[in-house]
Design a protein around this ligand. Structure first.
Ligand code: ADP
Ligand code: MG
Length: 378
């Protein structure tokens, strides 16, 4: 019998827990042609959710284009991934001819994979882009919308924070003008590095300032996890009590990746026809923390002194609601509110902590938080 939990890749079907509200909201936003900036921690389930939303779109006469920016290192790469994304949306009939028309100047090549699927790739544009190529590729969205008037077009960028690392302001300025021109096309900008992506949309100096509404993706709540987790253990001949499940969820804060990882490891050490105990949970946690030990040590050693204090404060307060209160400053040895502030800035900038909408500051890597609690005393 195989392990029913899955972590690391995109999850779908029976591996996908709930997210009904998010699905409804995003489908509605797509149908309404909204512009949305979708953000959430790394591995919180954004891509899995987007894929599921796209599957629903295809049942609803909506054309959706997914453009993943994570591999891009320069504007030429960006042009390429956009071109491939839009080309895929054009479908297969007469595709090469239409694609040539869609982005004059870019020559596509057909690739046939081992399983017989065809896809289009564009030769990497060497050196400088010719003028108008970036506009051209983004304006392909207009052409697709115009030739499919009975359908809605939704353009989705994943790992959008990468755009701000390409060192070329033109992309964001152009996106802004292309996006604003048409109210009939929906645009989703999805990303995970909270500080980078928030800055794009909330900083008044950024070209994308207020160009899209916000949609945060948060952890999955206990109410949805509990039946999902116990159902999976039960259907594979193992049992888990509500109390142990709640304990596990308290450890992961319902973060999907860490929850699936912990469940999967628990399943591995639990004999068939037996019940998960508290001890097993501790045992699994020890194994996982041991595995990460040297990584966390290296990370810890690289932190400035005040940031170490702040990380420790957040791990123990979990979440840390008032980082500048006299009590916190005293208990964790900060010399002033401003040094605590700088530590928060540093940890945020390095994507180690985030401010959750509902609680306070938390450590993004839930296991790093547990490692701190295990290794330090207040
Ligand atoms: N709805 C979900 N139900 C169950 N597990 C999920 C769900 N969404 C994400 N996960 C878990 O989180 C992991 C990361 O998901 P992913 O969609 O790649 O996140 P992101 O795109 O935010 O980095 C998955 O491999 C899976 O283990
Ligand atoms: Mg993703």
């Amino acid at each position: 019998m195989s392990n029913p939990f899955s972590y690391g890749g995109i999850v779908a079907g029976k591996q996908f827990c709930n997210r009904k509200k998010e699905m409804d909201d995003l489908i509605r936003a797509g149908l309404n042609g909204e512009k949305l900036f979708i953000h959430g921690e790394r591995r919180i389930g954004k891509t899995s959710l987007l894929r599921k939303v796209m599957a629903k779109f295809s049942e609803k006469k909506v054309i959706s284009v997914l453009i993943n920016v994570w591999k891009c290192v320069d504007v030429a790469d960006f042009v390429n991934v956009c071109a491939s994304g839009f080309a895929e949306a054009e479908g297969s009939a007469g595709i090469l001819k239409r694609v040539r028309k869609l982005f004059n100047g870019l020559s596509p090549a057909v690739t046939i994979s081992d399983d017989g699927r065809t896809s289009l790739t564009f030769e990497r544009i060497a050196g400088k882009l010719s003028s108008g190529q970036l506009e051209n590729v983004l304006e392909a969205s207009w052409k697709i919308a115009d030739s499919n008037r009975d359908k809605r077009l939704v353009v989705i960028f994943d790992e959008f924070q990468q755009v701000s690392l390409l060192g070329d302001d033109r992309i964001e300025r152009l996106i802004r003008s292309v996006v604003q021109e048409r109210s009939d096309i929906a645009w989703f900008f999805c990303g995970s590095s909270a500080h980078l992506i928030k800055r794009r949309f909330l900083d008044s100096n950024s070209p994308l300032y207020r160009s899209a509404g916000h949609y945060p993706i948060e952890a999955i709540s206990d109410e949805h996890w509990i039946p999902f987790i116990s159902g999976k253990f039960r259907s594979t001949g193992r049992d888990i009590s509500r109390t142990v499940t709640k304990k596990l969820l308290y450890m992961t804060y319902g973060h999907p990746f860490y929850t699936q990882l912990l469940c999967s490891s628990l399943w591995d050490i639990c004999e068939p026809e037996s019940k998960i105990s508290d001890d097993m949970l501790e045992q699994v946690l020890d194994i996982l923390l041991e595995r990460e030990n040297s990584t966390y040590h290296t990370l810890w050693a690289s932190l400035p002194e005040q940031s170490k204090r702040m990380l420790r404060a957040i791990a123990f307060e979990n979440p840390l609601r008032s980082p500048y209160s006299g009590e916190v400053l005293r208990n964790y040895g900060f010399t002033s509110p401003s040094s605590a502030g700088r530590a928060i800035e540093y940890l945020t900038y390095h994507d180690l902590i985030t401010k959750s909408m509902s609680a306070g500051y938390i450590i993004i890597d839930r296991f790093l938080g547990m490692w701190c609690r295990k290794n330090f005393v207040v």
